[in-house]
Design a protein. Structure first.
Length: 124
């Protein structure tokens, strides 16, 4: 497999201990275009940065919770994104239908299920 720009470098550079210990704002590379990003407010998230059709793109993988920032999960998602890129697909475009389906399912639940749950929570 031919690796794109930035992918030929080493991967899995971060350890679970390092991920838990770091607190300073910035981006911390795990290699293979996967980064842990810490904002100035202290929020953490995993970011997959890639190039597609000459444009630099940034795909948020998920927030990184303080308790076990799921380094393994972020690596798995980054590997899926790399596979898609190698096949010529933009990972951001691939996940759009899934995101839309999740939003629709949530909206349906709010309209149908939420009133019942709220009614169960009322004293009486």
């Amino acid at each position: 497999m031919r690796l794109g720009r930035g992918m030929a470098r080493s991967i899995n550079k971060l350890s679970a201990r390092r991920v838990e210990a770091v607190k300073a704002p910035g981006r911390y590379s795990d290699g293979g275009t996967l980064y842990m990003s810490i904002s100035h407010s202290g929020g953490t998230r995993w970011v997959f940065m890639h190039h597609f059709v000459g444009n630099q793109r940034e795909m948020g993988l998920r927030p990184a919770s303080r308790a076990g920032r799921s380094l393994t999960g972020a690596r798995d998602r980054a590997a899926e994104a790399r596979t898609g890129l190698a096949a010529g697909h933009d990972p951001l475009e691939v996940r759009k239908p899934t995101r839309q389906a999740e939003r629709i399912a949530k909206a349906v639940w709010v309209r149908q299920g939420a009133p019942e749950v709220i009614a169960l929570d009322q004293p009486g």
